[in-house]
Design a protein around this ligand. Structure first.
Ligand code: NDP
Length: 311
């Protein structure tokens, strides 16, 4: 079995896979072209197109992350090779921390205290009960469902939305366009953990953002494409115009790194983080990749991605 790895930590991956699979040849994408070209498996994150195009006998592709948007846009991606992606692999917990931080930031008025600090204002803000702070989670997949459960366990009423109908204990689940409208009308904080697909592009446009209650906050660790950036800026308001939304915590953007002249950097109601919400934890991910390789080799049925749906 020959595996070629391409990711930021390729040497660590190479060493871990070689140790777990002593019969396998494990190369990084830095290996000479004639050595890497007849791989059985690619374990990759943001790989260059040539690495896919030069393969002749691939049996499987393992995406070393939860989002497959980059992979699906890579020219030369074979249509007849099964693709699996990391599912949770420790990212759910990291994402839940990020989401909980975001919700607490607004729920406990940290945004207002930061503003008050500018004028040395000593003033307590009202604390409502958590059951008065419904939180919406768009996307109830491997990571989204983890986040929904964590927020529910933290005491917030949680409303979730996915493509197909779902039942998650303690979470009020919605689907479809009407379901989204119903959810948006009720939540005080909204977390978007949807994949970037044709169907989710600008799913939060001006009309959808206006459906959120006055003073709601948006937390987006999903993908930048989910939100119409200009519509978000308009909804947040600027200068003397207070805007419909209270604030946003954003981890992902249309263009990354976020250009220095993007107004989101300077907006007083926005916190920008550099796509750091849930980096792939190496040990969990390696264990999952090894189990994928065993499953591929033994002909087990794997839950592959659906390229038409885009995730
Ligand atoms: P999954 O593929 O497991 O789940 C995706 C969820 O989105 C599913 O619940 C799915 O519905 C739902 N969905 C997809 N399309 C639609 C649609 N058109 N309408 C409604 N719901 C839809 O993904 P993960 O939970 O593993 O990850 C989600 C995303 O999080 C990734 O794609 C990535 O973009 C982002 N991410 C960001 C990170 C960061 O550091 N910022 C780190 C890791 C992930 P259904 O259940 O019905 O299929």
């Amino acid at each position: 079995m020959k595996i070629v790895v391409h990711t930021g930590e390729a040497e660590q991956w190479q060493a871990a896979l070689a140790e777990a699979l002593p019969q396998a040849t494990v190369l990084t994408s830095e290996a000479p072209a004639d050595e890497r070209k007849d791989a059985d498996y690619l374990a990759i994150w943001k790989a260059p197109a040539h690495l896919l195009q030069e393969q002749t006998q691939l049996k499987g592709i393992i995406n070393l992350g939860a989002g497959v948007d980059y992979l699906l846009k890579t020219p030369g991606l074979p249509s007849d090779v099964p693709i699996v992606k990391l599912r949770d692999a420790g990212m759910g917990e990291l994402m839940a921390d990020y989401a909980l931080y975001g919700v607490l930031h607004f729920y406990r008025s940290m945004d207002r205290y930061l503003e008050q600090q500018q004028s040395a204002t000593w003033k307590s803000q009202e604390v409502v009960e958590k059951n008065q702070w419904p939180v919406g989670v768009l996307g109830l997949g491997a990571i989204g469902s983890f986040v929904a459960n964590a927020l529910q366990q933290a005491g917030f009423p949680v409303l979730g939305w996915s493509r197909s109908p779902k039942q998650i204990s303690g979470v009020d689940c919605f689907h479809g366009d009407d379901g989204l409208t119903e959810l948006l009308g009720q939540v005080r904080s909204l977390i978007t953990i949807l994949p970037d697909t044709a169907a989710t592009q600008h799913i939060l446009n001006a009309e959808r953002l206006a459906q959120l209650p006055q003073g709601a906050s948006v937390i987006n660790p999903g993908r930048g494409s989910l939100i119409d950036e200009q519509a978000l800026l308009d909804a947040l308001g600027s200068g003397n115009q207070s805007g419909h939304l209270r604030g946003a915590l954003l981890d992902v953007f249309h263009e990354e790194p976020l250009p220095a002249d993007n107004p989101l950097w300077q907006h007083p109601k926005v916190i920008v983080t550099p796509h750091m919400a849930a980096p792939t934890p190496l040990n969990d991910a390696i264990d999952q990749v090894i189990s994928y390789l065993h499953a591929f080799e033994s002909g087990e049925k794997l839950s592959t991605i659906n390229p038409e749906a885009g995730y």
